[in-house]
Design a protein around this ligand. Structure first.
Ligand code: XUL
Length: 455
């Protein structure tokens, strides 16, 4: 059986046809918004704005991106007629506001990179304090829907009044595929500051405070095991069979959890990129007592954590350049020349303001004389410093038997050994390219399997 997984991400859309039995992608296609849809003037997936806090995109671009990626997949000769179900995901937190006739009442939608809602976050904080985190899994966050809808309803009251439905991008895309108003998946819905994560219902009090009448404008909630939707007839145009199950789209991070095969607790995923991300499934609802980590829903049931460390590969690269060594030295030689633990020497680079833990100053913190140290000592100190910070900041989630390391830096033997030593877990490397789209395809396969519809 093959299923289709679609990932509508910040810079483009990707579609994979996945054979869940064989665990492999049999066909794929991609669209880049900047290159393929230049008429939307969004080379990086959002509209340029003089204020760096404002990050918005025209929702029409996402609709066109979805259609184009399906057309390309069909044109590439992918076995569209054999696809048994559709699933997918989208960048998290983007909200899409619709009027009575399905028109966009907010022309440009804020995306996850938007941080223009500082005032709204302050009012949510003042009203709910730590209760917001205890109820919704995250403290008030700029990019989340509560702050974004508060801003919209205050700044454009007439447009908000005309809005009958507030979707996340994930539920909006599911609605297009199903040709009907789709529910918000619990995984992505948890990233709104609006969902009570204990009852899995919208929190009426927070919704009303964020924007008057918001609860009535939110879709219903889709929980693991609920009945999937069905593909609308118009998608026959792309060679797909109308009526096949559509598993509601989730957020890209929950989808990646599933795409990496880490949907069961005990296995964590560490994605080492420009910034480093750490996520893991959690059996029950739990929040970070320090308030840095987020809790999203796990589309396979239960919850997942997500922590973002802004100083990732760029910081490692800067230290490497400062040491005047190549990647081979950074990834291997430095670790052959120094002992695990580095004789207690640790360093932490904050070249960008850091989120976990919150750190507004920039520079490097070291518990030894940084300028006089040998390159190998500095390198181990930084790598072990970063990994130890990740361990400390994710302790609230629990223990892990396995840590799957993905992303460019997973090639580094030194980093992998530091992860094994510090987490006391088995370390595996994983190719996570397309993990979000594959997660969508796996969720589609599970929806078919759960209903005994597999051929
Ligand atoms: C998570 C977040 C990003 C986006 C990227 O909270 O904002 O990871 O989901 O698409």
């Amino acid at each position: 059986m093959v299923t289709l997984g679609i990932d509508s991400s910040t810079q483009g859309a990707k579609a994979v046809v996945y054979d869940a039995g064989a665990g492999k992608v049999v066909a794929s296609a991609g669209v880049n918004y900047g290159r393929d849809l230049p008429e939307f003037g969004s080379p990086e997936g959002f509209l340029p704005n003089a204020d760096p806090r404002v990050r918005r995109a025209n929702p029409e671009m996402w609709v066109r991106g979805l259609e184009l990626v399906l057309r390309r997949l069909n044109d590439s000769g992918a076995p569209m007629g054999e696809i048994a179900a559709v699933g997918g995901c989208a960048q998290q937190h983007a909200t899409v506001c619709l009027g009575e006739g399905g028109d966009f009442t907010r022309k440009d939608c804020p995306i996850w990179m938007d941080s223009s809602t500082g005032e709204e976050v302050a009012s949510l904080d003042a009203r709910f304090g730590s209760a917001l985190r205890e109820r919704t899994g995250s403290p008030a966050i700029e990019r989340f829907a509560a702050a974004q809808m508060m801003k919209f309803s205050r700044e454009e009251p007439a447009a908000y009044a005309r809005t009958v439905r507030v979707h996340l991008l994930s539920s909006f895309l599911t609605s297009l595929l199903a040709g009907e108003d789709a529910p918000v998946d619990v995984g992505d819905g948890a990233g709104m500051n609006l969902l009570d994560l204990r009852s899995l219902e919208w929190d009426a009090e927070i919704c009303e405070f964020a924007a008057p009448g918001l609860s009535a404008r939110l879709p219903r909630i889709y929980r693991p095991g609920d009945e999937p939707l069905r593909l609308a007839a118009r998608f026959a145009e792309f060679g797909l069979r109308p009526g096949i199950p559509v598993a509601p789209f989730t957020g890209d991070n929950p989808a990646s959890l599933v795409g990496c095969g880490a949907e069961k607790p005990g296995c964590a995923v560490m994605s080492l990129g420009t910034s480093d991300t750490f996520f893991a499934a959690m059996p029950g609802f739990r929040t970070d007592p320090d308030g840095f980590g987020h809790v999203f829903g796990n589309p396979c049931g239960g919850f997942m954590s997500l922590s973002c460390f802004k100083n990732g590969s760029l910081a490692r690269d800067r230290v490497r350049r400062e040491c005047g060594v190549d990647w081979r030295f950074f990834d291997e030689t430095a670790f052959a020349l120094t002992p695990p633990g580095n004789g207690g020497k640790r360093a932490f680079p904050y070249f960008e303001t850091e989120l976990t833990p919150k750190h507004d100053a920039t520079g490097i913190e070291a518990n030894f004389d940084w300028s006089a140290a040998a390159p190998e000592t500095k390198i181990r100190a930084v790598v072990e410093g970063q990994v130890a910070n990740m361990r400390e900041r994710t302790r609230w989630i629990g223990d892990f038997n396995t840590v799957c390391v993905t992303g460019g830096a997973s090639r580094s033997k030194g980093i992998l050994s530091a992860v094994g030593d510090i987490f006391g877990a088995e370390v595996k490397t994983l190719d996570a390219t397309d993990s979000a789209a594959i997660g969508g395809a796996r969720l589609a396969a599970m929806a078919v399997h759960d209903r005994g519809e597999a051929k």
